[in-house]
Each structure stands twice: as C-alpha cells, then as structure tokens.
Design a protein around this ligand. Structure first.
Ligand code: ATP
Ligand code: MG
Length: 367
C-alpha cells in the first residue's frame, strides 16, 4: 500500500494554504510532515483522509485513485480505509475506553473473545490497561490521545495518518510511545504519514521527512541527510540549528568562505553551501557544535573562529548544560555542552569556538 499525492492544492476562500505539493510514501514506510503552526500539515492530512476536498491535484492510496480534480473522482472517507489519529482526538465521550477502542473491530464483526483480547493488549501497550471501563469523557487530554492512538492501531490498518498523536503526553510517555509506534509501524509494515512540529520526533520516526512552510515543500530527505545538509536557513531552523546569523561573504576559498556578521565585528570561516552569487548568507550552527570554555583574559588575542562572550544563561538539564553567551557586539550564542563537570557561571567570560565545517553558510530564506 503506497500513498501518492500529486499537485495537491487546497484553498479556503481566496487563500491557498496548500500550494501544489507532491508526496510519495512507499509501501511500509513512514513519511513525516514537519513544519511550523499553520503551514498546512493538518489540511494535507485531511485531504488524504477525505475529510477535506482539495482544490486541485490527485491522491492515490494503494494504487487506487481516491481523489482526482481532473475527472471529479472523490472517494468518501469511509471507503479510503485509512486509520487516523487527529489533533482533536475525535473519541466518543458517551462510550467507555473499551468501547472506543473496540469500535473498529465491531465494524469488522470480530468475535467477542478476540476483541476483548486485542483491546486489552492495545490498552496495555498505551498504558491504559486499568482504564478499560472508564467513560471516555472522564479522561485527561493525554489519556484521550492514547485512546485515539489505540483505536487507530487496533485493526492493523495498512495506511495510517497520524496528526501530532503524542503532543499532549508527558516527555517520558511520549518517548516510550514514539518507540512503540515506530516498532508497530515497521513490524506490520504500515504505510504512514505522521505530522509534527517537533524535530526530535521527526528525526526518530521518519523514513523520509518533508519540511513544509506556508503550504510549500522546502526540502525532503532521509533524516540523517536532512539533519546534516539543510538547504536553507528555514530548514536549518526547524532541525535545531539555533544559531543563525545574517552574514556577508568577504572571501571564498574552495568549499569554504569567510563571512562577517551583520554586527560588523565577528568574522568566521564556514562551509559554503549557498550559491556563489549570494553575497549575503545565513551562518547556521547547531548548539552542540559550539565549544565553550572559561576565558581568563577577555582582552587576549583569540584564534580564528573564536570569540569572547559573557555567559548570560547556564541551565543544567541533566545530560548537558545549556548556555547562552553574548558577545560585546550583541550577538548571542546558543550552546549545548555535554561536559557537565566544569559548569561556567553566569556573568563570567567564556571563549566560544566553532569549527569551520560546523558553520553552514546557507541561502537565506525570504520570510
Ligand atoms: N476550515 C478552514 N477555513 C479557513 N482556513 C482554514 C481552515 N482550516 C485551516 N485553515 C487555515 O489554513 C492554514 C493551514 O492550517 P493547518 O491546520 O493545515 O495548519 P497546521 O500546519 O496543521 O498547523 P498546526 O501545527 O497549528 O496544527 C492556517 O492558516 C489555517 O488558519
Ligand atoms: Mg495541525
């Protein structure tokens, strides 16, 4: 079962919120749509599910055309045979947890004993084994989300659409269910589209990530490729490059270039990704690629790609320390330091170093 979306466009009134996107999800693979709030993720999913009618384009599920603007094909939602978990749960408040999860099996006329067994297993998996007889209206948001997830998986759908299915869970449960979900999806070879604005979730779950902004695809690729090679500053931002500075190219040297930040004070050497014609680029660095160390003499001459900065934030976060450090020019570096032993104090002076290969000089996105 594959999913093919070709030239999908969706307008609400005069506003185009999905601008002709193409997506192919091969059989048994998980595609993640990643993008900020309002970029058209849910709208795209609703079009695939048949809950919204596109304005243009074609959608195929398992090789069957379910929507085609050209000839008016529009298969109703119940005949598209997709499992869904939507942002708004859509569980039935007047039914119990058990009845909600058992519903898809009832439709398929699965026997009572098998239903009881499968519902029990699924509720245990999502951590709601003790909630079977609870009325669904008496659940917390996170519990409702898990009921919706259990219901979507209970009949082992070949195609699954998941719209931020873990957004209301606490961090521990989210990590646990993310792994479970990926395991189930791979084990049953479910073809899935998963929507999130969380880069960690996207990187961990996806076979392929599609980065969306304003209804348009900015970049697509396998998680590792995308993480290492964002094509523009907007994509870099979604993928956790929290240091992004506008800079002017002053010299080129093969694959490297020297740039000066907007402040006019800092110059840095980085890997040139932007096309040769771009005089202004975005210098993008991941916080965990920034080296930070105590600096005794703030006036001392510093090696290339190294700056003096005052520590303005030092937040211990368990496995690492999160620092922010401000240069006298005003730019602020965001730093993740895995060494938690020698914590630097707020107000002290530090040296900031970035290796040229970890500074990506990317094309700047127009806002
Ligand atoms: N029924 C509607 N009528 C008019 N505009 C709509 C409708 N549904 C969505 N929109 C608009 O379309 C755009 C895309 O919305 P969508 O729900 O797809 O975003 P999203 O990427 O899922 O965002 P979020 O991460 O906040 O859930 C938004 O600007 C939204 O306001
Ligand atoms: Mg949404």
């Amino acid at each position: 079962m594959s999913i093919d979306v070709v030239g999908l466009e969706k307008k609400f009134g005069d506003v185009t919120v999905v601008c002709g996107i193409d997506v192919h999800v091969p059989n048994g693979k998980m595609l993640v749509l990643l993008g900020p709030s309002g970029c058209g993720k849910t709208t795209t999913m609703r079009c695939i599910a048949g809950l919204d009618t596109p304005s243009r384009g074609r959608i195929e599920i398992a090789g069957n055309v379910v929507y085609d603007a050209a000839d008016g094909t529009n298969v109703p939602v119940e005949r598209r045979h997709v499992g869904m978990v939507f942002q708004s749960y859509a569980i039935w408040p007047h039914l119990t947890v058990f009845q909600n999860v058992a519903f898809p099996l009832e439709i398929q006329r699965v026997g009572k004993t098998e239903t009881a067994e499968r519902v029990h297993d699924m509720l245990t998996l999502v951590g709601l084994g003790d909630y079977s007889s609870r009325g669904a209206s008496q659940l917390s948001g996170g519990q409702m989300q898990r009921v919706a997830l259990a219901r979507s998986l209970i009949n082992k759908p070949a195609v699954l659409l998941l719209d931020e299915p873990l957004s209301n869970l606490d961090a521990r449960l989210r990590d646990y269910l993310r792994v479970q979900l990926r395991e189930i999806q791979m084990q049953l070879a479910i073809t899935a589209v998963y929507v999130t604005h969380d880069q960690h979730e996207a990187l961990a779950l996806a076979d392929e990530i599609v980065v969306l902004r304003a209804g348009t695809i900015l970049q697509r690729g396998e998680p590792i490729d995308l993480y290492g090679h964002p094509c523009s500053s907007a994509v870099a931002e979604f993928l956790g490059y929290s240091n992004i500075f506008t800079a002017t190219v002053t010299a080129r040297d093969g694959a490297l270039a020297d740039v000066t930040f907007e402040t006019g004070k800092e110059s840095v050497r980085g890997a040139l990704v932007a096309p040769p014609g771009d005089a202004v680029v975005a210098a993008c660095v991941r916080p965990n690629d920034v080296r930070i160390a105590a600096l005794a003499d703030a006036a001392a001459a510093l090696p290339p790609n190294t700056f003096a900065a005052e520590i303005t934030l030092a937040s211990f976060e368990g496995s690492h320390i999160h620092y922010q450090a401000r240069c006298t020019s005003g730019i602020v570096w965001d730093v993740i330091c895995a060494d938690v032993s020698g914590a630097l104090r707020v107000g002290s002076t530090a040296s900031i170093h970035v290796a040229p290969e970890s500074v990506l000089l990317l094309p700047q996105d127009q806002a």
